[in-house]
Design a protein around this ligand. Sequence first.
Ligand SMILES: NC(=O)c1ccc[n+]([C@@H]2O[C@H](COP(=O)([O-])OP(=O)(O)OC[C@H]3O[C@@H](n4cnc5c(N)ncnc54)[C@H](OP(=O)(O)O)[C@@H]3O)[C@@H](O)[C@H]2O)c1
Length: 333
Amino acid sequence: MYTAQKPLGWGIIGLGKIAHSFVRDLALVPEARLVAVGSRSREKADAFAQQYAEDGQTPVTACDSYEALLALEEVSVVYIATPHTSHVEWSLKALAAGKHVLCEKPMAMTPEEVKQVTGLAREKGLFFMEALWSRFNPAVQKAIDYAQEGHLGKLSYVQADFGFFALDRDPDSRLLNPELGGGSLWDIGIYPIFWAYQLLGMPTSMVVAQTLARTGVDAQLRIDFLYPEATAQLLSSFATFSAMTAQVGGTSGSVLLHPRWHETDRLTLQTPERGIETEVFQLDGKGYTYEIREVIQCISQGRLESLLWSHQNSWELNSLLADVAESANSSGT
Ligand SMILES: NC(=O)c1ccc[n+]([C@@H]2O[C@H](COP(=O)([O-])OP(=O)(O)OC[C@H]3O[C@@H](n4cnc5c(N)ncnc54)[C@H](OP(=O)(O)O)[C@@H]3O)[C@@H](O)[C@H]2O)c1
């Protein structure tokens, strides 16, 4: 078992946009060390490895295939940063190769696939977590604490939106290409849905309306989750920039997460007793450091899943995404 005596060796596969952001935060965590990067392109792997090798002290092995990275003994944890539709394939391959895995969101495109991956992780005795980084953001956590510790009374209202304009992107890009899991839902709708799920749990019913992009994937989704005594109003959009706020309210108060809420450093609590209070948090890096620390802590304690974002949480969130997609398609446009 890993014992935190020396930094844990990380390998990254899929050297796109998020891999660059992630690796900058990885460098801020002393218990982690980037040891290898894997790309389908030799040139890209070499350039990436060179860019992030820390002062030449830690050689970063550049692999021209993902398989080559999985074969390296020095890689203990693999961070999967490929498009959504290949997350399952590479999670299964990484686990089969004996690696712990942190896989970008969404970890799968169906709840059955979530079970397949998390089942293999348990069978192999390896750690697996979906990289739902907002779950570990300190301002988001504080808002959850206010809600769960009763400061807001009985919860009755949740709101969250996540929108940016992307309909002018290349139709072959992962955002719009159906073959790569395109559409706003699986890419960014996952965040508002996570927020409602985290605070209110599984809804009893939902109402979903969508518009479509020219490639046939969803362009925008208006999602209402209904609970016995609460409602959630959610927006996921590639058709507009949106306010990027999240709220939770109840019988005794409310919390607002400031833009961009999923990576925010501030919240505002409003209660009749306390008035309006804004709290600002000093973020460590861009905010990926928190999920990275969670992975390392879990592995050092021999845990196979996080208590904060468990396999069951991933399964339930994925089920909700699938239900929203089905509901959107059955309601027409
Ligand atoms: N947590 C966050 O804040 C956050 C932010 C953005 C994205 N994400 C997630 O991270 C994943 C990647 O997003 P991204 O924005 O980094 O995407 P991206 O810039 O398109 O990069 C994805 C990388 O995956 C590899 N890849 C493997 N098969 C591919 C294929 N068929 N087509 C295109 N690329 C392929 C490529 O790397 P090589 O050429 O090196 O093999 C590519 O550079 C997505 O699942 C997304 O949901 C998370």
